[in-house]
Design a protein around this ligand. Structure first.
Ligand code: MRU
Length: 347
């Protein structure tokens, strides 16, 4: 059965509550922008492409509550709604790119009235939703060519159907390879502290009957040293113009290990995850999350009270460690400054 991470139904955004997986499969119906903001913040909906669509749907939820025909008041309300959604999480650029796309609808239609603008915004948000489905399948096809029979693949966090509308980026590569009849196995890093790897990736891959083995994050070096990893696929939250890539904390560590062991390391991400406005990964804002995520496990304290905690949700993998980036336009390779500037022009 397909995973429908996010869907617009009867003027509400229906999302799978990913904080409950794998133990419970529950939907949340977001009927106002505040509910969506909190769902993004606490990771009920997460993963860069899914956050982008969630933000676009969040705009729809916000403007739904605007009553009346006063255009100046509507525009002010619209901008406030976008700014509010932009404050939910800082790293995944898909969120900001989606809000930018929604803002362009307003900028490109200066003569339209409030009702028409509402309709145009709905249309654009639905386009983003459908584009994600298509884009992920294209990335899957391009990336699947990298998987040879018998390969052992490693992934981190969840860059799957749950991180997009319904298919995935890094995991989409596995789904496409499986469809092509390839035989391979996947190791999933559990991904401390919130366990997106064990809770979400393992759940997804098992549903798709992909041979999957869970490891703790600190087992990756041992696994690689025993020649049990042939290739690494990870997603991305923001890619700078030089190829530096922010993804879930621990990704950089895997890239360093992969380099040491001579293992190819691929990022799988759509154009909407590129930040063409920044030159390097140093400019990527890294979210720091609540210390309880590290100090507690399932509500039980695992560290002494008063301990200081460092809890960045993402790290930046330097472009020099990345073998290639699988996009919907094909696989781009170093030198990234050149290949990414060509990607920017790709329409
Ligand atoms: O904090 P999360 O769960 O939103 O982090 C998600 C990731 O880091 C994913 O790997 C990334 O968004 C790519 S998803 C296709």
């Amino acid at each position: 059965m397909a995973v429908e991470t996010i869907k617009w139904i009867n003027n509400a955004a229906r999302i799978i509550d990913q904080t409950k997986l794998p133990n419970k499969f529950e939907y949340i119906y977001c009927r106002d922008v505040k509910t969506m903001w909190h769902a993004i913040k606490r990771l009920s909906v997460r993963g860069a492409p899914a956050i982008g669509v969630a933000a676009a749907f969040g705009v729809l939820l916000g403007i739904q509550s605007f009553k009346g025909k006063n255009k100046a008041a509507f525009l002010k309300f619209f901008q406030k709604t976008c700014d509010y959604l932009a404050s939910s999480r800082p790293t995944a650029v898909n969120l900001f790119n989606a809000l930018h796309v929604m803002r362009l609808v307003i900028a490109d239609n200066p003569d339209e009235d409030v009702d028409t603008l509402k309709k145009l915004l709905l249309k654009r948000a639905m386009e983003l939703f459908h584009e994600d489905k298509k884009t992920c399948r294209k990335m899957g096809e391009h990336g699947a060519g990298l998987i040879k029979n018998g390969m052992q693949c490693l992934t981190v966090c969840n860059a799957g159907a749950l991180a997009t509308v319904d298919f995935g980026t890094a995991l989409g590569v596995f789904y496409s390879a499986k469809k092509m009849g390839k035989k391979f196995k996947v190791y999933s890093c559990e991904t401390r502290p919130l366990l997106q790897g064990s809770r979400l990736t393992c759940w997804e891959l098992l549903r798709q009957k992909i041979d999957t083995t869970l490891i703790c994050d600190n087992m990756a070096a041992s696994l690689m040293s025993r020649a049990k990893v042939d290739i690494v696929f990870a997603g991305a939250d923001r890619i700078a113009s030089n190829g530096d890539t922010a993804n879930k904390i621990g990704t950089y560590m895997l890239a360093v290990l992969a380099k040491h062991h001579g293992i190819p390391f691929y990022i799988v991400a759509p154009r909407s995850t590129f930040d063409f406005n920044i030159k390097t990964g140093k400019q990527i804002p890294i979210e720091e999350r609540d210390s309880d995520e590290v100090k507690c496990f399932a509500g039980i304290s695992t560290a002494p009270k008063g301990i200081k905690v460092y809890n960045p949700a993402f790290d930046v993998t330097p472009a020099s460690l990345i073998t290639g980036i699988v996009t919907e336009c094909g696989i781009i390779r170093p030198p990234y400054v050149k290949s990414i500037s060509a990607l920017k022009l790709y329409a």
